[in-house]
Structure formats: C-alpha cells, structure tokens
Design a protein around this ligand. Structure first.
Ligand code: PEP
Length: 244
C-alpha cells in the first residue's frame, strides 16, 4: 500500500516572507503521522524558502510546469528548474489551468511526461464541471479526460480527482461520490499500468477540511487529498494531517 498523500495547493498565495513564516510554524508544531506523506505545492518563487525551512520529511513541488525543456518560453518554469530547486512533485492540469489558460489533455500529458523525464512525480488533475455532473455523465467524462491526460505518461504518477463544482466553493462531494470515481479511475489505471497501478495514489480534491478529510480518505480507492483553501493556515493542515 502506498502512503496516503496530503498534498497542499497554495494556488497564487503567499509571498516568500509569508511562506517562511508558514514553514517555521509548521516546523514548530508538526508531528509526522505513520503512513501519511505531506507535500506543499507552492508558487515557484516560494520553493527555495520552503527547501530551507520545511520540517524534514515534508516534500514540496510546483503548481505547473512547461512542456518544453528550455529556451524562448518567457514566463514559464521548466521541470529541470523545479527539480534543481528540490521539488518532488508538480501539479499538472489543475482545472484553473484548464479553464483560464485553455490547457488541453494533450498538453497536460506533455507536461506530465516532461516532469517524469526530469525525475518529478506529476499530480495529474481531472474532474467534471457542474453541467456534466447534473447530466450524470461525470464518470465517462472524467475517464476520457484521464485517458487523454495520461497518454504516454509512466506509472510514477499521482491522479487527483477534483470535481470543478467543489473546488473553492465549500461544496464537497460526498465520500461515496469520491469513491465512485476513484474506483473507476483505479480500474482505468489497472488497464493502462497493470500491477504497477497498485502503487498509484488517487486523491480527492474539492473543499477538503479537517472535519471531512477522514471520511473521504477512509474510502478504499481514495489515497489522499489535494487541498486548496484549507492549506493556507498551519492549524488546518495539522488538523488534516492528524485526522488521517
Ligand atoms: C484545489 O485548489 O485543488 C482545491 C481542491 O481547492 P479547495 O480545497 O479550496 O477546494
């Protein structure tokens, strides 16, 4: 069984000074929980601060990565840069990247491949919008997005199921909703990766907090959570870590 992954997504929050205070507070109060891995996905500018100040054993990563190696791509961050800064993970295909920047499944797959080529573990996000959920088409929609986003991607990957209607809205999918899709994702991963699929973590994301994380992550096919809003305050992070 792989470790449960509590992956935090700060989104576009925290200056390096704020990141340092957060990491120092975490270092003072954090106690690792057996079988649980904690990782912080931060703005690229915060990574060197996290590298210097996080408690031992807490990983960190980026929130996006270029699909290119290097060169004339102004404003982008390469996988080699993230790796050299000490990152373990990188989020790819977050719904905010798909919606606001028009990222396609093919681009998400190219980014995930680029991450793996440089020794990073991509956290590939998938999930349906409210219209799809209301039509009851969430399972086929998500599996199609997954297939496109994992094309040519190796088994050293994490999948995050994040229904778009639950991100930052306070609306959480029920634990049974999360399990329904996680089980379907697991079946698709088994088809693609065979035995290696058993090591792939499938996370749930969408308004996860200290008081709902245990029930959601207690489901057999859910191996952790990707958390936005509740990742910003250390007491909430400790509450989630301790609840797992
Ligand atoms: C996210 O940013 O991936 C996320 C799930 O956000 P929130 O926890 O705020 O819904």
């Amino acid at each position: 069984m792989p470790k449960t992954l509590l992956a935090l997504n700060w989104k576009m929050n925290k200056t390096p000074t704020e990141a340092r205070s957060w990491a120092e507070e975490l270092k003072e109060k954090y106690a690792p929980v057996e079988g649980v891995e904690l990782a912080v996905m931060a703005p690229a500018l915060d990574l060197s601060t996290l590298s210097a100040n996080l408690p031992a054993g807490v990983a960190f990563g980026g929130q996006d990565v270029s699909e290119h190696d290097s060169g004339a791509y102004t404003g982008e961050i390469s996988a080699a840069m993230l790796k050299d800064a000490g990152a373990t993970y990188v989020v790819v295909g977050h719904s905010e990247r798909r919606d606001y920047h028009g990222e396609t499944d093919a681009q998400v797959a190219a980014k995930a491949q680029q991450a793996q080529k440089n020794g990073l573990v991509p956290i590939v996000c998938v999930g349906e919008g409210l219209d799809v959920r209301e039509k009851g088409e969430h399972v086929p929609f998500t599996l199609k997005q997954l297939a496109g986003s994992l094309k040519g991607v190796g088994a050293d990957v994490v999948v995050a199921y994040e229904p778009v209607w639950a991100i930052g809205t306070g609306k959480t999918a029920t634990a049974d909703d999360a399990e329904e899709i996680a089980a379907a994702i697991r079946e698709a991963l088994e088809k693609q990766y065979g035995e290696k699929a058993a090591e792939i973590r499938v996370l749930y994301g969408g308004s996860v907090k200290p008081d709902n994380i245990a029930e959601i992550c207690g489901k057999p096919n859910v191996n952790g959570a990707l958390v936005g809003g509740a990742s910003l305050k250390v007491p909430d992070v400790l509450g989630m870590n301790d609840a797992l």
